[in-house]
Design a binder for this molecule. Structure first.
Ligand code: KG4
Ligand code: ZN
Length: 330
């Protein structure tokens, strides 16, 4: 049995987890800084870095304790190398490198997006590639063909705002506090789909996404029509319905173009219940992780680390932060 310690610090969660054989969570500790960043309306990178430094040792100790393991019993250490905020990433990387060196255990650098996809392997023990994957997070809206464990073919992605970013920006227009996505979802529950905004489908065969248009359309509409607070739930519901329509249509296209019948979704926005309901109604086999594994966590990083281990993809101590880490590849 292979036990990998995962460390994730790419944004505002300090997280550590131990996962066995890429599938079984032995411990999963997430320290969220959300309350600290809330008053600024978003994540402040410098504050996030400092907080990661303060708590990372404790978070890793807790992960070991909850798994009932000693550091020497670990088989390797996986850490997010990017994409993400450079300061926060460096905290996790420095800790992981030092721990790996001190213990003499292999180090694995994990692409955060690879982690999000692997969250599904934790949730569904029989799930195996190949399948189609859609990552919808704060920074990405991306389709991949998952050909094997850790083997990806990029199909299409964000041209401007990612889906989570669009949720966050529209939430701000509706005076909702950070984090925008879940708050907008809650507000939409009490609204009706009353307004129509342009649906950005791009070219006929395109699997790219563009969500900045709908955000601008909503901003202009609210200014022009002098939309007041009573209408906010309807604006939220109309926005959410618009983007869910776009996403489901793009999924239909992607399945048709690739011939896949199985889809997994991953990333923060995959926790949106209205999106999940719509996907459940579509004709396909669909998987999404439970909410605590959709948003940032280290179990997904440990899982991806296990598959890197299986492929012999160890990292050296030269491993550095890749804030703009591009798409996944084979
Ligand atoms: O994957 P994640 O935790 O971090 C990144 O890797 O970016 O995703 C965060 C994003 C944020 O934009 C957040 O507003 C969005 O996911 N999000 C949601 C929901 N929960 C989180 N968006 C819509 N509905 C939700 N329930
Ligand atoms: Zn993420």
């Amino acid at each position: 049995m292979i036990n990998i310690l995962g460390i994730e610090t790419s944004c505002d969660e300090t997280a550590a987890s131990i996962v066995q054989d890429g599938r079984t969570i032995k411990s999963n500790v997430v320290y969220s800084q959300m309350d600290i960043h809330k008053e600024y309306g978003g994540v402040v990178p410098e504050i996030a870095s400092r907080k990661h430094v303060e708590v990372i040792k404790e978070v890793v100790e807790k992960a070991l304790q909850e798994a009932g393991m000693k550091p020497e019993e670990l088989d390797g250490i996986a850490v997010t190398e990017g994409p993400g905020l450079v300061g926060p990433l460096l905290v996790g990387l420095s800790f992981a490198k030092a721990f790996s060196y001190a213990l003499g255990k292999p180090l694995y650098g994990v692409n955060h997006l690879d982690g999000h996809i692997c969250a599904n392997f934790l949730a569904f023990e029989d799930l195996e590639p190949p399948f189609l994957a859609l990552i919808v997070s704060g920074g990405h809206s991306h389709f991949y063909e998952v050909l094997g464990y850790g083997e990806y073919k990029a199909l299409g992605g964000t041209r401007d705002d990612a889906l989570g970013e669009a949720f966050d920006k529209v939430a701000r227009l509706l005076s909702l506090p950070y984090p925008g996505g879940p708050n907008l979802e809650r507000l939409a529950e009490s609204g009706e789909v009353k307004y129509e905004f342009p649906m950005s489908m791009l070219e006929d065969d395109s699997l790219d996404f563009s969500f900045s248009g709908v955000k601008s359309a909503i901003r202009n509409f609210m200014q022009k029509e002098k939309i007041t607070e009573e209408e906010f739930p309807h604006v939220a519901a109309s926005f959410q319905s618009n983007v869910i329509n776009v996403v489901s249509e793009k999924i239909r296209r992607a399945l048709k173009q690739t011939g896949h019948k199985k889809l997994i979704i991953a990333g923060g926005v995959a926790s949106n219940k209205a999106l999940r309901r719509r996907l459940d109604e579509m004709e396909m086999e669909v998987y999404y992780p439970p909410i605590h594994l959709c948003t940032d966590n280290a179990a997904m990083i440990a899982s991806a680390g296990f598959f890197a281990h299986n492929r012999g993809k160890t990292a050296s101590l030269e491993l550095n932060a890749k804030p703009q880490h591009g798409g996944l590849s084979t």
